[in-house]
Write a protein that binds this ligand. Structure first.
Ligand SMILES: [Zn+2]
Length: 340
């Protein structure tokens, strides 16, 4: 099969990889209908996350089951399935408490590499959720978004306790931040402030339910959020970038007693204990337990009540993955869908 391999920073190649096979009786093999490039793929692409030799890439996926292992009982060949970027058994105590991304058996799908024609999905019973029937092609981008960015934005909004009567601010206008706006809207937030200085992304944020746009960032961004919230700060802030600046901005934009949901993959973020102490904010975040939300998200998508697939503003054949990485690196594209 063909698949994306990152050889070194900036060096993305589509090459022949070995076809996956059932290794464990709990595995499934899927044929990808679509896959995509994640903002987190840019960390090794930019040389910020260190690489240890050539690596298969990708952790987002939707597709049709080709084959299942002898112990798989909840999905069968021919079904269209969506899974999270973390494979999980969905039966251990951590999974049952809603934290499948911390499953005691978890497998990070980035190690499998789903920017490819086929992929082996470990713990298929716990990981994969079948859609009701085969979805129309127009629904595929939204279902793919559910695999990571939508589920992650949803967790960010939920962790920030977005809901009725709340003012929610979202730091980060990438696909996850935009999906957090959509999630905050669905969760019933009263006011949703998207922080973005990029016109196309501001438009999509408004379409997804943002009520206000703040273009300032850093201390000026914090001051603007305070101004919009009677000097108090937002009840709920979603951090969807993962840098020191964005995390600081998120914490300082939150009112005492408020909640920060942080879902940007942290890179060299250090929190000063004294500031944290006096801030009186709740911090909750990490790799999103997307699996928890998949059944609900799939239903909302298939009922056409949400259209998170709009975050994909560039679609390319898998063979042009290198151009997809370039477009996202240069912020010419919010998110790139790859067709195997
Ligand atoms: Zn588990």
């Amino acid at each position: 099969m063909r698949g994306v391999v990152l050889h070194a920073p900036g060096d993305v190649r589509v090459e022949q990889r070995q076809d996956p096979a059932i290794v464990e009786p709990t595995d499934a093999i899927i044929r990808l209908a679509a896959t995509c490039v994640c903002g987190s793929d840019l960390w090794p692409y930019r040389g910020i996350a260190k690489m240890d030799g050539p690596a298969p890439m990708g952790h987002e996926y939707v597709g049709v089951v080709e084959e299942v292992g002898s112990q798989v009982s909840t999905v069968r060949p021919g079904q269209f399935v969506v899974g999270s970027f973390v494979a999980s058994d969905n039966t251990c105590e951590i999974c049952r408490s809603g934290y499948q991304s911390g499953c005691v058996q978890r497998v990070m799908m980035g190690a499998v590499g789903t920017q490819s024609e086929l992929a082996r999905i470990p713990l298929a019973d716990g990981t994969l959720v079948a859609t009701p029937g085969t979805p129309g092609p127009d629904l595929v981008p939204s279902l793919l978004a559910a695999s990571d960015v939508l589920g992650t934005g949803w967790f960010g909004a939920a962790a920030a306790q977005a809901g009725p009567g709340k003012t929610v601010a979202v730091v980060g206008d990438g696909a996850v931040g935009l999906c957090a706006v959509l999630a905050a809207r669905q969760l019933g937030a009263e006011r949703i402030i998207a922080m973005s200085r990029h016109e196309a992304r501001q438009r999509l944020a408004m379409e997804f339910g943002a009520t206000d746009i703040v273009t300032e960032r850093g201390d000026e961004g914090v001051a603007r959020i305070k101004e919009l919230t009677g000097g108090l700060g937002a009840h709920s802030v979603v951090e969807a970038v993962g840098t020191q600046e964005s995390m600081t901005q998120a914490i300082r934009s939150t009112r005492p007693g408020g909640h920060v949901g942080y879902v940007g993959v942290a890179h060299d973020v250090a929190l000063p204990g004294d500031e944290l102490f006096f801030s009186l904010v709740h911090l909750h975040g990490g790799p999103a337990p997307v699996r928890q939300y998949l059944p609900e998200l799939i239903e909302l998508i298939c009922d056409r009540r949400i259209d998170p697939g709009k975050v994909f503003d560039l679609t390319l054949p898998l063979d042009q993955a290198a151009e997809g990485y370039r477009a996202m690196d240069e912020r010419r594209a919010v998110k790139v869908l790859l067709r195997p």
